[in-house]
Write a protein that binds this ligand. Structure first.
Ligand SMILES: Cc1cc2nc3c(=O)[nH]c(=O)nc-3n(C[C@H](O)[C@H](O)[C@H](O)COP(=O)(O)OP(=O)(O)OC[C@H]3O[C@@H](n4cnc5c(N)ncnc54)[C@H](O)[C@@H]3O)c2cc1C
Length: 397
């Protein structure tokens, strides 16, 4: 259902009155990721909640309706030389249908820009939401420094629609860096790990440090060897050049210096072309100092892998055809065990229908997560069976 703003509360109250299960949605681009929702469920889309409600360029804040496409928000900010420091939606970078700002926050999955700008939750300073019973609430504010109310922003970031419907968001914006360059190094895992370690401890402050495996490099039309793609930004050309020079001097590997347009084309080609509807899509996380071990794991065979070296978080996915589709459930289970041993986790975002793996495992804080869920949604109407940090019982699959 796609209610107009003035119809939303009545619809939610009706669903509450009937005891019906429902799923908050943005533009519906990735509703199938993660655990399947258990049983019949009404999808309530925010697509009609659209537009910039308030923009204060001088304060570097913007308030938008939750269903507004990220692309539209970036466009509005771009006219003032500002941006929201998050990646373009994964898998499809340009289209307005590629993802809403509410969906982005509800998933809470940051890409490589997290290296310099932190995660999605760190951009969020205020939130308006509707509970399962139709009651509306507001948290935070519209200025960067505020201490108003509970920090519901962090609770709702990554809540996957399980706690309530986000209707409006206030976010922190940043001046868009006028100058960008990337430096790419291809070589063995040892060399890349050494360079990445040095970089993370250096005074350089890259925007992103993406570590690709050989399969992903090949998908972007490069030699099938692992690479580090280091994104740099500055307001000053001499400073940027100095950073590039430091990197070139540091490594014995040949460096390729790319302008922003070429970097964008590489990213679009590697992610967009190979990732339209991957059979497997995995979210991997390990302790950053163990990333080198993960990147050499035999169980990554058949997967394109893009990890952020600073956070140890990233994605692995298969193509839709050819030998890459041969990744098995047993292989993914082994990878999950490895990620856990390396201090992290593995979330299954997409999998073949017959695989039947739990999307995520129980978090140590499961009792607390369930207690919060009961407070927000006592009747369990929202996104049934899909509560982050609580493994889905396989009987409900
Ligand atoms: C590693 C990684 C990094 C990513 N980084 C980015 C990024 O930087 N930028 C980006 O745009 N996308 C990013 N994505 C994709 C992003 O996470 C979302 O999947 C996408 O933005 C969904 O948009 P949508 O409007 O189509 O949401 P939908 O597909 O409709 O919904 C997605 C999820 O959010 C919930 N949801 C949606 N809207 C609301 C709402 N208003 N209130 C409560 N719950 C809601 C739904 O229940 C569902 O669980 C990334 C994905 C991954 C895996």
């Amino acid at each position: 259902m796609r209610p107009e703003p003035n119809e939303l509360q009545e619809l939610v109250r009706d669903l509450h009155g009937q005891g019906s299960a429902w799923l908050p949605a943005g533009l519906g681009s990735r509703l199938d990721w993660g655990p399947p929702v258990a049983g019949p469920c009404t999808v309530v889309s925010c697509a009609a909640l659209r537009g910039v409600r308030e923009f204060n360029p001088g304060d570097f804040t913007i308030t938008v309706a939750a269903g507004t496409p990220l692309v539209e928000v970036q466009e509005a900010l771009g006219h003032h030389g500002q941006w929201l420091s998050v990646d373009a939606p994964w898998g499809d970078r340009q289209s307005a249908a590629a993802g809403s700002i509410g969906g982005l926050v509800a998933r809470g999955l940051a890409g490589g820009y997290r290296q310099r700008y932190l995660g999605v939750r760190d951009q969020l300073i205020g939130l308006e939401l509707m509970r399962a019973d139709g009651v509306t609430a507001r948290a935070g504010g519209k200025v960067v420094k505020n201490v108003a109310g509970y920090d519901l922003m962090r609770l709702f970031t990554g809540s996957w629609g399980s706690l309530g419907l986000i209707t409006e968001l206030t976010l922190r914006t940043l001046p868009r860096p006028p100058l960008r360059r990337s430096v790419c190094f291809q070589g063995g895992a040892d060399d890349l790990a050494g360079l990445s370690r040095w970089l993370l401890g250096s005074s350089l402050s890259p925007e992103r440090i993406d570590w690709w495996n050989g399969s992903l490099a090949a998908a972007a039309g490069l030699a099938p060897e692992p690479l580090l793609l280091i994104g740099l930004a500055s307001v000053d050309a001499a400073t940027l050049q100095e950073q590039v020079r430091c990197l070139q001097e540091r490594s014995t590997l040949p460096a390729r210096v790319l302008d922003a347009a070429t970097t964008g084309a590489w990213l679009a080609h590697a992610r967009g072309a190979t990732a339209a509807a991957p059979t497997w899509l995995l979210r991997l996380g390990v302790s950053p100092d163990r990333l080198e071990t993960l990147m050499q794991a035999p169980d990554l065979a058949g997967l394109a892998v893009d990890m952020a070296a600073g956070s140890g978080l990233g994605l692995a996915w298969t193509g839709t055809e050819g030998p890459q589709a041969a990744v098995t459930s047993a292989q993914v289970l082994k990878l999950r065990r490895l990620c856990t041993q390396l201090g992290g986790h593995l979330t299954v975002l997409r999998q073949p229908p017959e695989a039947g793996l739990p999307a995520w495992l129980d978090a140590p804080s499961r009792p607390l997560i369930e207690a919060i869920k009961r407070r927000f949604d006592p009747a369990g109407q929202l996104a049934p069976g899909r509560l982050p940090g609580v493994a889905q019982r396989l009987s409900t699959l």
